[in-house]
Design a binder for this molecule. Structure first.
Ligand code: NAP
Length: 687
């Protein structure tokens, strides 16, 4: 461990990565002071990059190389990259300490960022096809006879994604945007915030050194964006994370507006937490509430876009909660983040400290200080030279009359506690933030959870409940997760990131493709009803994944259903529901003409009609989906099956998934049931 006092004077040049080569900082580069010592630790800035060439390089070199890979190949690359970074992450931790971050803070940034790569790698393999397009939703019938149909399709854009990030999570912020764009086939130009650019650059350097990403897939800007926006076009996009003021300035850029260039903003918000009125001292929820508030205020010294800024407490409990929080905040050890015992490090810079102090002054006008008036007792570092602040808790007695507490974000360990009268009042106060990234409610009462969803979900990108049942595994009010949406309406920027495959699709263009079933099937690489079929010459279950053709159909023999079959199935399975057993009762039901066969009996007979029993390339039936029973089947009716190859997706090195469209017909060729069947089929070389 290297303590603040022992750290050397080494000043890292932060370089840009342009057209496949590193470019050093220019003469106008700015020094960056370390958060803990105040000494310069890096220099960042350029004297002018050729942004036009960068955009061109991304579009002409990176884009085609990325689009040559299918989703699974890109996902495998992300996984390899995540592994590569994992093995070298300690060098990032060493730098991260200089930003004021404790080991735990850095873990959120560094391991959190790498974990996001792993998560998208895994989702890409499991949830995206092994191709270049994604189908969105079901086939839409646009004509009476089914000769004209529609399908929504996502395809990669032919532009570049510009990512502009905030200072607080230099690794996570870069990787959580990069992973979905890469998976979606879009080259990236990433720009970190200057204050922590040396950590982002070190991570980016590892990405380049890995040699895993295709040429042109990623470029890095250390310093300003110059005339970059002027070179963007309609296939490009800008994703921004930072303050509301900067977002407003950038999204108003005339060139972006003129060319309808998407601008996605993740900005600050006045996130709140509510202590449910069912929660009293002595319950597990009370302790959860206190520990979540303290953790959110002090983790990363409160420099988290999702941190709790407003604490809503039933009015009868206001003073007791404020007193407990005061006590808990006083116990937080502040100091050199490299020290094990330090729970809260420094803000990123003295400038940031000044900003936080000014915001506290604005908040004080509407409330009183509960904790934080005195300068912090800093261990192992100089409290003046380093950007240390005390956790600060304010109390606002009249949140209805207040304005600043719902509007002013002090981007540090600062929050305001305030009373509420009832659920409606609490929801109204939650919503006064005018759109936030996350709101949390600590309650054990399901009725309360429902009330808050109805009253407040509209105003927040994420609604987090925690209670005794989830507390051991809950991920925390402030943690964005790769599989859950991150972003929020209004003040939070109106953008949306993460949320699993949704994030990948944000980087792609959705197009409504319309035409005959034959053309739409070809466009989506998926057989659809009405598209040509071809009867198989040999049973499809005897052929490997590689030898199955889309649209290839097996037409089975037919089988007559007898009353004995229905009776036997009922008693064998125990399903003696009246519609299968009692003719009069069934007739009284609006759905049935009399006793009918069980739907599951039909499925079982269907399997009996289409399977080929011998060991072969079909390894397993892994499920079915979209099952619909369309017409009842009575004793004396017969059924037959058509099994059509709908879609093929490679899954592992040895087998792939085949989706089959299964249609059951009766003796009059009327559809009786349809569903999609999934099987895992071995490849040629594996049988
Ligand atoms: P910021 O000052 O708004 O800067 C954000 C980014 O914009 C930085 O990369 C900055 O680069 C860049 N930028 C500033 N002016 C620019 C310009 N004229 N042209 C192009 N780029 C420009 O925010 P910050 O201080 O880094 O971050 C703190 C804020 O971000 C807080 O308000 C916090 O709530 C918010 N935040 C939101 C989220 C979220 O997901 N919603 C996440 C993290 C942080 P330079 O550093 O080089 O100026």
């Amino acid at each position: 461990m290297v303590l603040a006092a022992e750290r050397g004077p080494k000043v890292r040049p932060v370089e840009s990565f342009v057209l496949g080569a590193w470019s050093g900082p220019g003469a106008s580069a700015r020094p960056i002071a370390g958060a803990v010592t105040g000494d310069p630790v890096a220099r960042c800035g350029h004297d002018g990059l050729d942004f036009q060439a960068m955009v061109h390089h991304g579009r002409q070199v990176g884009g085609p190389a990325l689009r040559a890979l299918n989703f699974h190949e890109r996902a495998r690359t992300l996984k390899a990259l995540a592994g590569y970074l994992t093995e070298r992450k300690e060098q990032l931790y060493a730098l991260s300490t200089m930003t004021g971050a404790t080991r735990k803070d850095s873990w959120i940034d560094i391991d959190g960022g790498i974990g996001t790569l792993f998560a998208f790698a895994s989702k890409g393999r499991r949830e995206l096809p092994e191709s270049h397009t994604v189908l969105d939703g079901d086939l839409e019938m646009l004509s009476r006879n089914g000769t004209f149909v529609g399908q929504h399709v996502y395809t990669p854009k032919k532009g570049v994604a510009v990512h502009i990030n905030a200072f607080n999570f230099p690794v996570w912020g870069m990787l959580e945007k990069l992973a979905p764009a890469f998976l979606g086939g879009l080259p990236v130009i990433t720009k970190p915030a200057t204050a922590t650019s040396y950590v982002a650059e070190a991570c980016f350097r590892l990405i380049v050194e890995s040699g895993l990403l295709p040429e042109g897939a990623v470029q890095f800007v250390a310093g300003g964006t110059g005339d970059l926006f002027h070179h963007l076009g309609a296939q490009d996009s800008v994703s921004f994370t930072g303050s509301a003021d900067t977002a407003l300035m950038l999204r108003s850029h005339g060139h972006l507006l003129k060319h309808s260039i998407p601008f996605i903003a993740e900005q600050d918000s006045l996130n709140a937490t509510v202590l449910g009125h069912d929660v009293t001292p002595g319950t597990p929820e009370y302790d959860i509430f206190l520990s979540e508030v303290v953790a959110e205020m002090t983790t990363k010294a409160g420099q988290k876009c999702t941190a709790i800024r407003r604490i809503l407490v039933p009015e009868a409990q206001l003073d007791a909660v404020a007193a407990r929080l005061e006590q808990d905040l006083a116990a937080v050890s502040i100091g050199d983040p490299a020290l094990k015992e330090t729970r809260m490090g420094a803000l990123v810079s003295l400038g940031q400290r000044l900003d936080v102090q000014q915001k506290i002054a604005a908040l004080k006008a509407e409330g009183r200080m509960v904790f934080g008036e005195a300068p912090p007792n800093v261990q192992g570092a100089d409290g003046e030279r380093g950007a240390f602040v005390s956790p600060t808790l304010l109390l606002c007695d009249d949140p209805d009359a207040a304005s600043a507490v719902h509007r002013v974000e002090a981007f540090g360990p600062v929050a305001t506690v305030m009373p509420y009268r009832n659920v409606d009042h609490a929801a109204a106060l939650l919503n006064r933030g005018d759109g936030s990234l996350v709101a949390s409610v600590i309650t054990h009462d399901p009725a309360l959870a429902r009330q808050f969803v109805e009253a407040s979900a509209s105003h927040h990108g994420r609604l987090y409940f925690n209670d005794r049942d989830s507390m051991a595994e809950a991920t925390g009010h402030g943690s964005p997760l790769p599989n859950m949406v991150h972003g929020g309406p209004g003040r939070a920027g109106g953008g949306e990131e993460l949320g699993g495959i949704r994030a990948v699709l944000h980087n792609m263009q959705r197009t409504a493709v319309q035409g005959s079933p034959r053309l739409v099937a070809a466009a989506g690489q998926t057989w659809v009803p009405g598209a040509p079929v071809q009867e198989t010459e040999s049973h499809p279950f005897t052929r490997t994944f590689d030898h199955l053709q889309l649209g290839e159909v097996l037409k089975s023999d037919s089988r007559t259903i007898t009353l004995e079959d229905i009776e036997h199935f009922a008693h064998f399975t125990g399903d003696t529901f009246y519609a299968h057993m009692d003719d009069d009762a069934a007739k009284a039901n609006p759905f049935f003409p009399g006793r009918v066969a069980h739907g599951y009996l039909l499925l079982s007979f269907a399997a009996g009609l289409f399977v080929q029993p011998d060991p072969g390339p079909v390894l397993a039936n892994t499920g079915l989906a979209d099952l619909a029973f369309q017409k009842p089947v009575e004793a004396g009716d017969s059924i037959r099956v058509e099994l059509t190859v709908k879609r093929k997706t490679r899954r592992t090195d040895t087998y792939g998934e085949v989706r089959w469209h299964v249609a059951l017909f009766n003796q009059d060729d009327e559809p009786v049931a349809t569903y999609m069947l999934f099987t895992m089929n071995a490849y040629d070389e594996c049988v």
